[in-house]
Design a protein around this ligand. Structure first.
Ligand SMILES: [Zn+2]
Length: 105
């Protein structure tokens, strides 16, 4: 497992790839209340964001939480924000992910 630090709050994060091929930061410790599971039998592959129905069903697989959900610097992810603010935060994280994957000269 490769751990890095959140650029915003310096917490340890684990970079994974979503089913759509996008980089995404997870909190490294499993969380029974999390909504993120790995798709494959190992924890090397893509992650899946569980639906409400999937969340309600029992699972033996470890669940994780997106760092977006807990990052104290990502307040726009908390309750009561507008979709536009949420989208801006998403865009910022996406941009950081792109920068990370394609370092600019
Ligand atoms: Zn953070």
């Amino acid at each position: 497992m490769e751990l890095e630090r959140c650029r915003s709050c310096n917490a340890a994060i684990r970079w994974v790839t979503t089913e759509k091929g996008k980089g995404h930061p997870l909190n490294p410790d499993p969380d029974a209340g999390g909504n993120v599971v790995f798709v494959g039998p190992t924890e090397q592959g893509a992650v899946h964001f569980m639906t409400k129905d999937e969340m309600a069903a029992p699972t033996s697989r470890p669940r994780y939480t997106s760092h977006f959900a807990t990052c104290p610097q990502a307040r726009t992810w908390s309750r009561g924000v507008t979709p536009a603010a949420r989208a801006r935060t998403q865009e910022r994280f996406d941009q950081e992910t792109r920068d990370r994957e394609e370092p600019k000269a």
